[in-house]
Design a protein around this ligand. Structure first.
Ligand code: DHB
Length: 295
């Protein structure tokens, strides 16, 4: 049987299927359950210096081809959250809100996580934590200050608005991997109520509709990433989607809205489906398909 194990920035994972940030990665029991369901790693909800309560309901709506959400980066703040992460049996990646002082947050998470993911592309929050992926110098400074503070691998999560140049600059500034991509800024309007559905009005769109956009972004990033790692994210709901991202150049993939559609059983479905594909097609190691669509 084909080997699904991958090495991501020097971290060994039993498989490349990672729970994305914002989904279930907020409490120890939930993260343990995702690990038991077969995830290779878990990314936490994005954590900031201070507690945030987030937006009022409604914060999430299912649309015809995807999901729209605007939570407002709710999180308990790093001092209340860090203990939630001790002694979890699945590898944890700590997601950090891009805000001044985020290197301190990364430093406080460091003892309990295997890597840091910098969320600099939340598509609808204003002020601290806003999408700064078009503010190149600010993004580069944050990356450098985190790398100066923690010895862990740093993943940088880009969004739909992020340029390839930001991807390149992030890697040059010391990022070890790029995650592409975050949700896409979007809106749904209730025409009878004559107003936006979400309390925040704008939200982030994810799910099947965004998958080709994510795959395209991974493909282009792969061409400039050299030997650095690309992690795919966006609209993966079945094993074929995961393989598509990997053939585009992703060494691992993150699952977010896929949990909404398939439940945490999706991790086993992905593992079984990808393993069978690799066996049927004569691959012995999942690494062999990474970037195959480029050749
Ligand atoms: C939220 C944050 C994100 O980065 C995102 O893509 C969608 C929603 C939030 O917490 O509101």
């Amino acid at each position: 049987m084909a080997d699904l194990g991958v090495g991501i920035c020097g971290i060994k994972l039993r498989n490349p299927f990672i729970l994305s940030s914002g989904v279930l990665g907020i409490a120890r029991e939930l993260m343990e359950r995702v690990g038991e369901a077969g995830a290779g790693a878990v990314v936490t909800k994005s954590i900031g210096r201070e507690e945030r309560t987030g937006y009022k309901n409604p914060t999430l709506v299912e649309l015809e081809h995807g999901i729209l959400n605007a939570m407002g980066l709710p999180n308990p703040g790093v001092d209340n959250f860090r203990d939630e992460l001790s002694e979890i049996s699945v590898p944890i990646i700590g997601s950090v809100i891009a805000e001044p002082g985020c290197e301190e947050v990364a430093g406080k998470l460091e003892p309990n996580v295997k890597a840091i993911e910098l969320n600099l592309s939340c598509p609808h929050v204003k002020g601290a934590g806003a999408d700064i992926s078009r503010e190149m110098p600010i993004a580069v400074d944050l990356i450098k200050s985190i790398k100066g503070k923690v010895a862990l691998p740093l993943l940088v999560k880009l969004g739909f608005n992020s340029s390839l140049e930001l991807g390149k600059k992030s890697l040059d500034a010391g990022a070890d991997a790029i995650v592409a991509m975050n949700t896409i800024r979007a809106m749904a309007i209730n025409i009878e109520m004559r107003k936006p559905v979400l309390s925040n009005k704008l939200g982030g769109y994810s799910g099947p509709a965004v998958k080709p956009i994510g795959v395209g972004m991974v493909y282009e990033l792969y061409q400039i990433a050299g030997d650095k790692t690309i992690i795919g994210c966006g609209g993966i709901t079945n094993w074929r989607d995961a393989i598509e991202y990997m053939m585009a150049g992703a060494s691992a993939v993150q699952i977010g809205s896929g949990i909404f559609y398939r439940g945490i059983e999706i991790f086993k479905e992905l593992g079984d489906g990808v393993e069978k594909f690799l066996d049927d097609e004569g691959f012995r190691d999942i690494g062999e398909i990474v970037g195959l669509a480029h050749e």
